[in-house]
Write a protein that binds this ligand. Structure first.
Ligand code: MN
Length: 232
């Protein structure tokens, strides 16, 4: 039998509201341009043919309550407040009608983005990894079970920076609904328990700075709070 050369730290378990259990994360998928007003503020149009995605590694996870250093090698790090879907069952080539049966619950998330590095990647037609997949870039609040949250409708989603409202929208403004995203993504992956989907950000993204306190809220979910510390 082969033994490991060394032990790797496991990603943190995401706390679950009202329980002692934690949600283990396997993969992190993120949807791009899922609110028309955000696509417009970035100078893009929504692709209504199909959603597109990028991914983050589980080691990018950051739990609500953390104080994180200002991210490395950027001078334009942006907040992107997002509704996060946590899967709890397999979904492979599912229809829109069947997609929601794979959902375990939901949480508040921030897709922290090194906008300058993402912009350079776009200009050079290179992958977005350095702009998107970095330590502490997948911030997540405690998860709430699907049944406790109820139907996804016109719940408000908002983000305050130091108490000032930066982002505010309704989940009903998503271009691609959650079942549409799951159905589409399940054509490309064997989705399953432990897979998180960040469903895109509304308008109002902007830079964060050392000392900022970010507070994200979605009606019906546990809020998310994170403090940006000094650069390393
Ligand atoms: Mn995003």
């Amino acid at each position: 039998m082969t033994t490991p050369l060394f032990d790797l730290a496991a990603p943190p378990l995401v706390p679950v509201e009202g329980g002692e259990t934690g949600y283990p994360v396997r993969r992190i998928f993120c949807v791009g341009r899922n609110y028309a007003a955000h696509a417009a503020e970035m100078g893009n149009e929504v692709d209504r043919e199909a959603p597109f995605y990028f991914t983050k590694t589980p080691h990018a996870l950051c739990l609500s309550g953390a104080n994180i250093p200002y991210p490395l090698e950027t001078s334009d790090c942006h907040h992107e407040m997002e509704f996060v879907v946590a899967l709890g069952a397999p979904a492979f080539r599912v229809t829109k009608a069947r997609a929601m049966s794979a959902v375990w619950g939901y949480g508040c998330g921030i897709d922290l983005t090194r906008r300058d590095l993402q912009g350079q990647a776009k200009d050079k037609r290179r992958p977005w990894d350095l702009g998107k997949d970095f330590e502490d870039s997948a911030i997540i609040g405690a998860l709430t079970a699907k049944a406790a949250f109820g139907e996804i409708g016109d719940q408000a989603i908002r983000l305050d920076v130091d108490g000032r409202r930066a982002q505010e929208a309704s989940l009903s403004e998503m271009v691609w609904s959650v079942p549409e995203i799951i159905a589409h993504l399940s054509r490309f992956y064997h989705l399953g328990a432990g897979d998180l989907i960040y469903t895109g950000t509304p308008a109002g993204v902007g830079p964060v700075a050392p000392g900022n306190v970010l507070r994200g809220e979605i009606d019906g979910l546990a809020p998310l709070v994170v403090t940006i510390g000094a650069a390393e």
